[in-house]
Design a protein around this ligand. Sequence first.
Ligand SMILES: NC(=O)c1ccc[n+]([C@@H]2O[C@H](COP(=O)([O-])OP(=O)(O)OC[C@H]3O[C@@H](n4cnc5c(N)ncnc54)[C@H](OP(=O)(O)O)[C@@H]3O)[C@@H](O)[C@H]2O)c1
Length: 296
Amino acid sequence: MMRILVTGKEGQVDTSLQTLGDKLGLEIIRIGLPEIDLSQPETLEAPVRDARPDVIISSAAYTTVDKAETEAELAQTINGDAPGALARLAAELDIPILHLSTDYVFAGDKHGAYDETDTPAPASVYGKTKLSGEDQIRAATDNHVILRTAWVYSPYGNNFVKTMLRLGETRDELNVVADQYGCPTYAPEIARALLAVAQQVVIDRDPTLRGTFHLTGQGETNWAEFAEAIFAGAESRGRKPVRIKPIPASEYPTPAKRPANSRLNGDKLDDTYGLRLDPWRESLDDCLDQLITATR
Ligand SMILES: NC(=O)c1ccc[n+]([C@@H]2O[C@H](COP(=O)([O-])OP(=O)(O)OC[C@H]3O[C@@H](n4cnc5c(N)ncnc54)[C@H](OP(=O)(O)O)[C@@H]3O)[C@@H](O)[C@H]2O)c1
């Protein structure tokens, strides 16, 4: 049975990997706090070696984008140096490493979706530290697959869908930013793609399967339209209506600057692996089914 080591124990993607891996009969070994602390990358070595994995999936990260602005050093260790250490271990063990990165490595001023060949220029500390993680992995081993994803949501952990549903319980109207565009991505769909890629790179050393790929839900939207879809779905499942008032990002200042456009083009992953994630509206339906018990 294939042994897949995953960093992160309670996050959206690692939980989705565990759920799907169990269904597919794969052995998923999740490592994370408190035993392994990515802010101390040296804590990785013994558990990774002990697990004797066939492949590593690096999912855990410092993901609180705004807080990273004031905790740059900690975010750099967790998002930059720890993935680097993990990739050096993968190289020593002669196994592939899959790593999740982010749309926030881009500046957001491109017209149209970002390709893998576009030059990153992160505007936030979080984006810079995630880019450092990518660079350290590339420097450590060619046997890597870096997958940049975006706007992740799921029934697990913290995310925009859960935040909207929570706020909608007590509010009838919410102001939501309408001039930032991206691709909402469902964590169980990310898990489906990660496990398909993992299974292929374990058996096939073809270099064209390696490198950097974009991995997001099909379609695109902005936060306000995403919120409207969430509340339309919630209402059809028996929740009270919530109105969305679209506002510009300039009226919702945050410590970290976010890209105005972070749409990612997923053609390379499709061409290379025949993998395309479901359209985000379909995945949202699945997520809402799990989060909301219909009251009708
Ligand atoms: N969420 C998004 O919208 C988004 C967008 C683009 C890319 N990504 C990338 O996708 C990946 C997965 O994201 P996600 O949404 O699943 O993240 P998540 O739900 O925030 O989960 C992150 C995981 O990392 C763990 N972690 C944090 N600090 C750690 C440390 N010092 N030592 C060990 N584990 C630690 C967390 O553990 P605790 O729960 O115990 O803290 C948690 O299990 C990340 O690499 C992220 O950068 C996410």
